[in-house]
Design a protein around this ligand. Structure first.
Ligand SMILES: [Zn+2]
Length: 907
């Protein structure tokens, strides 16, 4: 509508494990998925039988989604449709990866990754249940020792080893004695697998019930003191090693656990002896705290027992305070006087040299579960393939690309900058799922977030693959016959068309056509996607484009959307509030769904769909169609001079075109809907109310209303296309509204004096009704007195004086300098003071526009509106100017009249 060719294509991403996992659950008869398919998606059981194969499931939903997109009115170029497992797409991704590899951006190395032990494959956000992005964190294993047996305990604060009073093990848990890299360790059974995945050689010697180690002693690796092993049921066997060092002086959890244990075992003879001598040790000095900061915080947070959730807050507060401000005490040997942060580094170095500490990698987010149902862990993957997002030159390019892009909403730009900086090597291949094999190592499949970042360029190719299938079908069977030279020429403009034509057998005219079309449409002007993809997919999109394509073909903009909520709640299976798109369209109609989704939120926010909203939008759209029906297809002949009211309506329309266009330019769709549907409805309502039921001036009314509706229809076309086309045809237009021009605001149709006159009429109607209400009378007659000319003169002077910040005394003096005004005496001086006060307290914009409008012909305005007032207020209306001859002013009200504030008299 604005004169651009717009390419809106669509493809289907089949890559990865989600389809695999879902088809498997269906095959295994998982009741939850059967219920979802049956109740929410209404797929008959006989059809579900066919969906047990991943590809069949994919094509079922692809068909359904496609139908939905057609029914909702998306104008998609389906000639370009493809899936990411089409052989020629795979060929394209091979080219993509070979190109990255040639540029040195694919590395092979040994790195920790989140891992599914069942699939024996790395996992990323798209591979986990609930789309959790696995985060890897490092902790330290400080090794306590007794008789050649090591008890490694996991901690983030190795410097607190000086303050250890005891170890905790869970009395309910089974431990093992295992040879780990030649040493004998005691760890929980769950730890064995974790250690193995991190390249430790582990051989389990035997299982050890917790009782065997409880109430024994072990030796502190730095102080050499003997400390006891106590039972702690809070110790989780799969967190760390299942053996925990206890620092009650500086760890609130340990302090509370020690208190609880002492209370519980006060009478136990065996325990008593140990417990009596076990007391918190103070090793860190912290300004503003006692010797035992853990105790202080337990008291501050009023912690009741070790299950109290406040313990977490206490722990976090102390951890951060001690790290930043704590100083090691005299009882920490050579670390005495050192800041905690520095001591931590130093002690890690010392213990590493002595072989008394190791590192352990763990998933920081509590429970990461693979789509196959297996709990994930950290695996050190050797010789795995990575995309090196840490490459400094590549980062610079990506930042340059981002800096030139439009990002909507702008506030997410910071998140992009953060991600571009933070990204490092990222595993780019999996062993399971659908997708393209890594061209130089076919035992790996390129994963879903790596094969989906430059697919936009493929839309140009896919059209020609479909259109010239006779030429391209031979490559589908044997994709290796389609050489990289083909992609280099069509997408990068490298090489020679004649040569490529000769090598591939693809006619030169087709090669040149593809190249031309690519140059015509690329780069992508706007990529719309979900906000939660900023930290992965959308940042990768920037990275890959910035290295693959020349700068002029880098992406121009990204728009990030929020979620669609249902009646204020997130859609979820358990809430049973999911409405699949096609069912929504069937229930509410396509346009109410579109507008309903768009009307409640701006970009980046979650939008809140509700049945009530959809129903009210449906009604509003139906009213517009009814208006079109009433106006009919016959244009009104002839031309009459527009009235002030007509000029007001056209001015409002003109204003709506300007503001709605500017809103849509910034993709503030909600604002645009508000203007086009709601604000203009109110204006049309007022226009009709002002004209009243009489049809005598129907000529100009219909012409104005037709103009308004036609213009609104053009603006509705992108929002509610079906309704817009219906109205367009009913108004007697040919062709499609979507092929007509977007309305342009005509400067000279903006009429600020018509607008302010109408505001005045509305205000006076409101004031009159209020008076009627307040007095409780049913007036026979209402008289409006407009201000005398001299008041206008003073009023305009006052506006000017306020602009110039003139003092009241000076202003009154100036007014009274005019002989005519002086002759009016006190009345003029009083009004001058009042007018300046008003002018000083008025919004700048109003003052400016009133100054510009000058003397307003209020008498004429109200006289023209007399019929309207008579109709609205159901009585006779008189209009006089203050001081006019023949004025009827029984109660002397006229002298109260002021500009923009006529005096009102009821009788
Ligand atoms: Zn798995």
């Amino acid at each position: 509508m604005k004169g651009y060719n717009t390419l809106f294509p669509m493809g289907f991403h089949y890559t990865g494990s989600p389809l695999f996992a879902m088809a498997k659950r269906l095959r295994e008869g998982d009741p939850e998925i059967i219920e979802t398919f049956t109740k929410i998606y209404r797929i008959p059981l006989s059809t579900q039988e066919k969906l047990k194969d991943p590809k069949s499931m994919a094509s079922h939903f692809r068909d359904d989604i496609k139908k939905g997109m057609t029914e909702i009115g998306f104008s998609i170029d389906w000639r370009r449709e493809f899936t990411t497992i089409d052989p020629l797409y795979s060929r394209y991704i091979e080219w993509h990866f070979r190109t990255l590899n040639q540029r040195g951006l694919i590395t092979r190395g040994t790195h920790p990754v989140a891992w599914c032990p069942n699939d024996k494959s790395p996992v990323g956000v798209v591979d986990t249940q609930g789309d959790v992005e696995p985060e890897i964190g490092e902790s330290f294993l400080v090794k306590f020792e007794k008789d050649g047996l090591f008890y490694p305990t996991s901690t983030l604060r190795p410097e607190t080893v000086f303050g250890v009073t005891n170890l905790w093990v869970n009395p309910e848990v089974t431990y093992v004695r295992a040879k780990v890299d030649g040493e004998s360790w005691i760890v929980s059974r769950e730890t064995v697998e974790k250690l193995q995945h991190q390249n430790h050689k582990v051989a389990v010697e035997r299982e050890i019930p917790a009782g065997e180690v409880l109430w024994k002693t072990v030796r502190n690796p730095v102080t050499n003191s003997e400390i006891p092993v106590f039972p702690g049921s809070f110790v989780e066997p799969d967190n760390g090693t299942g053996v925990v060092m206890s620092v009650p002086g500086h760890a609130p959890y340990d302090y509370q656990a020690l208190i609880d244990l002492k209370e519980k075992l006060a009478d136990s003879a065996e325990a008593g002896q140990f417990l009596q001598t076990t007391n918190p040790i103070s090793i860190i000095r912290l300004e503003g705290f006692s010797d035992l900061p853990a105790k202080d915080l337990i008291q501050k947070f009023a912690v009741k027992d070790q299950n109290d959730p406040h313990l977490e807050h206490a722990t976090q507060e102390l951890y951060s305070k001690e790290f930043h401000d704590g100083v090691m005490k005299e009882n920490t040997g050579s670390y005495s006087g050192m800041p905690v942060a520095k001591a931590r580094e130093a002690i890690i170095q010392e213990l590493t040299r002595q072989g008394k500490i190791e590192t352990l990698l763990e998933l920081k987010n509590a429970k990461v579960v693979c789509r196959c149902g297996t709990k994930c862990l950290v695996h050190i993957l050797e010789n795995q393939w990575f995309i090196n997002y840490g490459d400094p030159d590549w980062k610079t390019q990506a930042h340059k690309c981002l800096d030139q892009m439009v990002i909507l909403p702008e506030e997410i730009r910071a998140e992009f900058n953060y991600t571009l900086d933070w990204l490092r090597e990222r595993a780019c291949a999996r062993t399971v799922g659908l997708g393209t094999k890594l061209p130089w190592d076919p035992s790996w499949i390129i994963e879903a977030l790596s094969d989906s970042v430059v697919y936009m360029a493929y839309y140009i190719l896919s059209k020609y693959f479909t259109k010239n299938w006779v030429v391209f079908k031979k490559f589908e069977k044997n994709t290796s016959k389609l050489p990289d030279a083909f992609f280099n020429f069509t997408l990068l403009g490298e090489g020679d068309a004649d040569k490529v034509a000769k090598e591939t057998g693809i006619p030169k005219r087709i090669l040149s056509a593809i190249r031309m079309e690519f140059e015509y449409f690329y780069p992508v002007d706007m990529r719309h996607s979900a906000r939660e993809l900023v930290s992965n997919h959308l940042s990768f999109y920037i990275f890959h484009h910035s290295t693959l394509f020349p700068e002029r073909q880098w992406p121009k903009g990204i728009v990030a959307n929020g979620f669609v909520l249902m009646e204020g709640a997130k859609m979820s299976k358990s809430l049973q509030n999911i409405i699949p798109l096609r069912q929504g369209i069937a229930r509410f109609g396509a346009d109410p769904v579109r507008v309903g989704v768009l009307a409640t939120a701006e970009l980046g926010q979650d939008t809140d769909f509700s049945e009530g909203l959809a129903a009210s939008i449906q009604e509003r759209l139906a009213t517009l169609i009814a208006q079109a029906r009433k106006l009919g297809s016959k244009k009104t002949a002839g031309k009459s001079n527009p009235s002030a009211l007509d000029r007001w309506m056209i001015s409002r329309l003109s204003n709506a075109v300007r503001t709605a266009t500017s809103a849509l330019d910034r993709l503030r769709v909600r604002e645009a809907i508000n203007i086009i549907l709601y604000q203009l409805d109110n204006d049309v309502g007022w226009y009709n109310r002002r004209l009243g039921p009489k049809k005598s001036k129907s000529d100009s009314r219909n012409r104005v209303l037709r103009r308004v509706l036609e213009t609104r229809t053009r603006m509705m076309a992108p929002l509610a296309p079906h309704t817009a086309e219906e109205i367009w045809t009913r108004l007697g237009n040919r062709g499609f509204v979507v092929q007509s021009k977007w309305p342009i605001e005509t400067e000279n149709e903006r009429d600020s004096s018509a607008e302010s006159a109408e505001t005045l009429i509305r205000q006076v109607l409101h004031d009159s009704s209020e008076i009627v209400k307040a007095t409780g009378m049913t007036p026979k007659r209402i008289a409006y007195y407009t201000a005398a000319d001299w008041k206008w003169q003073v009023y305009l002077k006052a506006l000017k004086a306020a602009e110039e910040k003139m003092r009241q005394g000076d202003f009154i003096k100036e007014v009274m300098g005019d002989p005519l005004l002086r002759s009016l005496g006190k009345a003029a001086a009083d009004y001058a003071g009042k007018a300046l006060h008003q002018a000083n307290h008025m919004p700048d914009e109003m003052r400016k526009s009133r100054l510009q409008d000058g003397v307003t012909a209020e008498k004429t305005i109200f006289a023209d509106a007399a019929d309207f007032y008579a109709r609205e207020l159901r009585c006779a209306i008189n209009v006089w100017q203050e001081g006019a001859s023949g004025i009827s002013d029984p109660k002397g009200r006229a002298r109260m009249a002021e500009p923009y504030r006529p005096a009102i008299f009821l009788e």
